[in-house]
Design a protein around this ligand. Structure first.
Ligand code: BGC
Length: 409
């Protein structure tokens, strides 16, 4: 039996995002897309907007010491330049509730959904989007910063950009395609026929990615100006591209890692106090193994979070695992997945990565974007008819890890 201890004060918890759990948000690009029947309707989701106290009590009972969540831009700035104090009061109450349960908050300022006014006027294609975003981000920190020490400006810019402008499966549904043949399989498949196609989305994609980096950097500067002690990060989705065998495959992996991870990180790393890692994918060029799969049909490869952390460790900043988890409705693989993932994190720490926390995705089952409510990532099962919460057995395995601050193999 080997005990793998984590550093004192390590953050243990789970993550959620506003649109996926809160319910009742009807002024975003996703709500508009649902009205147009391009994505599933989100409705009241987990009604977390009203049930957050109950949910945080459960998180505390499950041994968590931290919690990552996002605030909804469309609630806070429902019209351009108009900020809603009622929304701020709500999130202040959420933060107070977290503190009352002894959970350290970790806020994401923007997690995928845009206010309609911003989306309909061009969103991150807009030249002035960095300015608009920085203003919103600074407002959030000015209003909530006394109750929270960690703010991530944005969640997974590369996922956002590629789904919106390359695949065309998420708003604004622009698809880079030279042909009219639909041959991809992805989460937005049932809707992609409605995406606008052509070569223009590719150019727009590069523009959006540039604007996202500039938005993060501008937000970082604006926040640091008003609150120098606040820890400001970006949440980066890392795919571990590895290679088997040939130099050609190794070259492919290098190029893929550059385009998916390093290119964006190189633009923003100077403007990060820490970095959040979202890890789900390990893929090997030249791989001939047949992988066990999660309910998302993703490779069951939790321990490779190790490589993802080592990829980010080169930026020499504190790291937080801001997401990592699996869809597993039967809960038969989750406990093993978590243990192997946490072991990978431990390994990275042994190898010099300064990892400060681990937040499983997700605390609750929730709205899985273009897949609606079909996929279940939660430590806690949600019955969407009754809103009843039921803790899954795997959550107790994670609880032991959190409470003992170690994983035992
Ligand atoms: C996103 C979450 C999403 C999860 C599972 C991450 O890419 O940040 O919003 O639900 O992956 O697909």
């Amino acid at each position: 039996m080997i005990e793998k201890k984590f550093p004192d004060g390590f953050y243990w918890g789970a993550a959620t995002a506003a649109y996926q759990v809160e319910g009742g948000i009807d002024n975003t690009d996703w709500a508009q897309a649902a009205n147009e029947e391009r994505v599933p309707t989100c409705g009241i989701a987990c009604d977390h907007y009203n049930r957050y106290e109950e949910d945080f009590m459960l998180a505390k009972e499950l041994g968590h010491t931290a919690h990552r969540f996002s605030v909804e831009w469309a609630r806070i700035e429902p019209e351009e330049g108009t900020f809603d104090q009622a929304a701020i009061l709500h999130y202040r109450a959420v933060l107070k509730s977290l503190h009352a349960q002894g959970l350290k908050p970790y806020i994401t300022i923007w997690h995928f959904t845009l206010p309609q006014w911003f989306a309909n006027s061009g969103g991150f294609e807009r030249k002035d989007s960095p300015k608009i975003f920085a203003k919103y981000a600074a407002f959030v920190v000015a209003e909530l910063g006394d109750l929270c020490g960690h703010f991530s400006t944005m969640n997974e810019p590369n996922v956002y950009g590629s789904n919106g402008w390359l695949r065309g499966s998420w708003p604004p549904f622009k698809r880079f395609s030279l042909t009219d043949v639909v041959s991809i399989t992805n989460s937005g498949r049932q809707y992609e026929a409605k995406a606008s196609r052509g070569i223009a989305p590719l150019f727009l994609y590069f523009r959006v990615m540039r604007h996202l980096a500039e938005s993060h950097n501008a937000a970082y500067c604006a926040i640091k100006k008003l609150s120098p002690a606040t820890d400001v990060s970006i949440v980066k989705h890392v795919i571990v591209f590895a290679a088997n065998g040939t130099i050609f495959n190794q070259l492919k992996a290098k190029i893929a890692n550059y385009f998916w991870t390093y290119k964006f990180m190189n633009r923003v790393a100077r403007y990060c106090d820490s970095i959040g890692l979202n890890y789900y994918f390990y893929t090997q060029f030249g791989d001939t193994r047949s992988w066990r799969k999660t309910d998302m049909d993703w490779n069951f490869a939790p321990e490779h979070i190790y490589e993802a952390l080592m990829m980010l460790a080169r930026y020499r900043k504190p790291l937080f695992v801001s997401e990592g988890g699996l869809a597993d409705a039967s809960d038969t693989g989750r406990a093993e997945y978590i243990k192997r993932q946490v072991t990978g994190v431990w390994q990275a720490i042994q190898n010099g990565a300064d990892v400060r926390g681990h937040m499983y995705w997700s605390l609750l089952d929730n709205y899985e974007w273009a897949l609606g409510f079909a996929k279940r990532f939660g430590l806690i099962h949600v019955d969407y008819e009754t809103q009843k919460r039921t803790v899954r057995p795997s959550a107790y395995v994670y609880k032991k890890i959190c409470e003992e601050n170690k994983v035992v193999e």
